[in-house]
Design a protein around this ligand. Structure first.
Ligand SMILES: [Zn+2]
Length: 210
């Protein structure tokens, strides 16, 4: 099974990908992780990624494609993989098409209002890094970490303004992939509104039926 998990930020596809990867014994390949690993290992591609991201620019398609294609050649991806965060653009999807045969694309669906509620409610402890959510996982005392008593804050990425920006980038660059894969008869919609547990159960049933 060569799978792509597609969906807007906040739809829970990273969490779902990690669980499905564990359940089915396949690697969970996220471009964020690939970038971080390449930078840490100071590979040739990693040094290029580092120079680009340090300037605050987006990693170009060509470089992202090269990193992903390299990763897909690793032995553990031979019998299947989950791609999370890739492809993000039509050129990336076209490049992937020439390198690998995709079995299924799971399209996580969640409306913008719900995404904003989920992401803007996130809080992180400044001292120990533990994550909270004002509605779904509140600390015992508002604004204070249960574990270490540190101060909770909202990451810049989770500010309303930043979330709206991420959603518009997603709509512009990534939403066209829905039609791209639907026209190839590869797309399955996933309702991302229920709990992570229920989303996982329905994914599992869907994949076992493939
Ligand atoms: Zn803490």
């Amino acid at each position: 099974m060569n799978l792509i998990f597609l969906g807007p930020p906040g739809a829970g596809k990273g969490t779902a990908a990690a669980r499905v990867a564990e359940e089915f014994g396949m690697p969970h390949i996220s471009t964020g992780d690939l970038f971080r690993a390449a930078i840490k290992n100071e590979t040739e591609l990693g040094l290029q990624v580092k120079a680009i991201t340090e300037k605050g620019d987006l990693v170009p398609d060509s470089l992202t494609i090269e990193l992903v294609n390299d990763r897909l050649k690793d032995g553990d991806a031979a019998n299947g993989f989950i791609l999370d965060g890739f492809p993000r653009t039509i050129p990336q999807a076209e490049a992937l098409e020439t390198a690998s045969k995709i079995t299924r694309v799971l399209n996580f669906k969640l409306d913008d209002e719900e995404i904003i509620e989920r992401l803007s409610g996130r809080r992180v402890c400044r001292s120990c890094g533990k994550g909270y959510h004002v509605h779904f996982m509140p600390p015992k005392k508002p604004g204070i970490c249960d574990v270490c008593g540190g101060e909770l804050y909202t990451r810049k990425d989770d500010s309303i303004e930043s979330i709206k920006n991420r959603l518009s980038v997603y709509a512009e660059q990534t939403e066209p992939l829905i039609e791209f894969y639907r026209s190839r008869d590869l797309l399955s919609d996933v309702d991302a509104k229920p709990s992570a547990e229920r989303v996982f159960d329905s994914l599992k049933a869907m994949l076992e039926a493939l």
